[in-house]
Design a protein around this ligand. Structure first.
Ligand code: FAD
Length: 367
């Protein structure tokens, strides 16, 4: 019988960030991941570490995002120190390009409104066209770009390498990872929990369910409702070009290898096929921002699924001692928070309880 202090169900970025933090603090940790065919947002995302513009209608989310963003540089060093695997993390700020005066004014209004409830001093500014061009780097911006918002907290990384690095770090610190072993049931027992997987049982003192979209069924089996659904997003990737873009932007970034990433659509819960229509919409806006992209070949296009709650913000639920659910969008951005010592912080569970959906119908906004 395998015996642990903590079993983390789900080996995506949320689960492995939590596992990394707990194993570093000395717990005996097992991560159990699901089937290869599961929907896995951690392998399909845009790789932004992003605070800018987030938190509409839920100031505690704004604060949480800023806190995670601020912890990211140390977090990145901690992971890389243990794993030796880099993931191209850069945090020099990020841009949101505005096409036309209407977009510029709307962006300014959105950020100004958010600032009124922000727990921290202003971390953003609106840039005119010349300053936007200057900060964007040696890339020629289209004539419709009138400016951009800039936030100093933002950054980007290679999400696949981040996952690889965290997995390696967990194992080097003595944690175990069981892959392709879906959890089939979780049952309470004296002094802890019995977790059944497709490759046999695990006994543990504590369970964290961070199984992305798979968390809903696990919660249902335990008698709890997790209000999450899938939101399909597509991304385009171009052939590599000399690196000219100095900062990542929401919707368009150039990675360190030179590929431009363009994304991401919001398409609700539907099939995972990549489509010409979505690709065309993404490409059209990208070309208006950077006209030189017009003739750059696309080498990849994919679709992934965000994990979305009714207001798009996280749900952290601890319905019983030793049992926690953690589901969210923006799991890359929130990874530094998830690795922190938050599992015993009752305030987090009050602030991000699903009970808030009974009180409010406000909709958030996410990258
Ligand atoms: C197109 C797109 C762009 C995005 N861009 C960004 C971005 O720029 N920045 C950002 O911060 N976030 C971004 N996100 C969101 C981010 O990718 C997700 O928030 C994050 O990956 C969620 O991680 P997760 O671990 O909760 O879920 P997942 O990555 O989906 O992992 C869940 C894991 O649980 C496992 N599982 C399921 N059921 C079971 C079971 N019964 N037993 C055991 N394991 C199980 C699955 O196999 C899977 O490995 C984006 C998402 C998409 C789709």
């Amino acid at each position: 019988m395998r015996n642990y202090d903590l079993c983390v169900v789900g080996g995506g970025i949320v689960g492995i960030s939590i596992a990394f933090g707990e194993v570093r603090r000395g717990k005996r940790v097992m991560v159990v991941d699901g089937a290869r065919a599961d929907r896995k947002a951690s392998y399909a995302n845009f790789g932004l570490v992003w605070a800018q513009g987030k938190g509409k209608g839920l100031p505690q989310y704004q604060a949480l995002t800023q806190k995670s963003d601020d912890a990211w540089s140390d977090f990145a060093l901690q992971i890389q120190d243990v794993s030796g695997v880099g993931f191209q993390f850069e945090k020099a700020g990020g841009l949101v390009f505005c096409l036309g005066e209407d977009e510029f004014e709307a962006r300014k209004k959105h950020l100004s409104t958010l600032q009124e409830t922000s727990p921290s001093e202003q971390d953003w500014e609106m840039l005119g066209r010349n300053e936007t061009q200057h900060r964007a780097g040696d890339v020629s911006l289209g004539k419709e770009v009138v400016g951009a918002s800039y936030c100093r907290r933002d950054g980007a990384l290679n999400p696949l390498e981040l996952v690889r690095s965290l997995n390696k770090a967990i194992e080097r610190l003595g944690g175990d990872i069981l892959r392709e072993a879906p959890v089939t049931s979780i049952k309470k027992k004296i002094g802890g929990w019995h977790v059944a997987t497709s490759t046999g049982p695990i006994e543990c003192g504590e369970v964290v369910v961070a199984a992305g979209l798979g968390s809903k069924k696990i919660a249902e089996d335990l008698g709890f409702n997790l209000p999450i659904k899938a939101d399909k997003g597509q991304i385009l990737v171009t052939e590599r070009r000399p690196v000219v873009m100095s900062l990542p932007a929401s919707g368009i970034r150039q990675n360190q290898l030179g590929s431009f990433m363009i994304g991401a659509t919001h398409e609700g819960d539907q099939n995972d096929r990549s489509t010409i229509l979505s690709g065309a919409k993404l490409a059209q806006r990208a070309i208006r921002i950077i006209p030189d992209l017009e003739h750059v070949p696309i080498v990849r296009q994919w679709a992934g699924y965000r994990i979305i709650t009714p207001d798009t913000y996280p749900v952290y639920l601890k319905p019983e001692k030793g049992l926690t659910f953690a589901v969210c969008h923006s799991g890359i951005t929130l990874a530094a928070f998830h690795a922190s010592d938050w599992l015993e912080d009752t305030k987090v569970f009050e602030q991000f309880s699903p009970d808030r959906f009974a009180r409010s119908d406000k909709i958030g906004n996410q990258v």
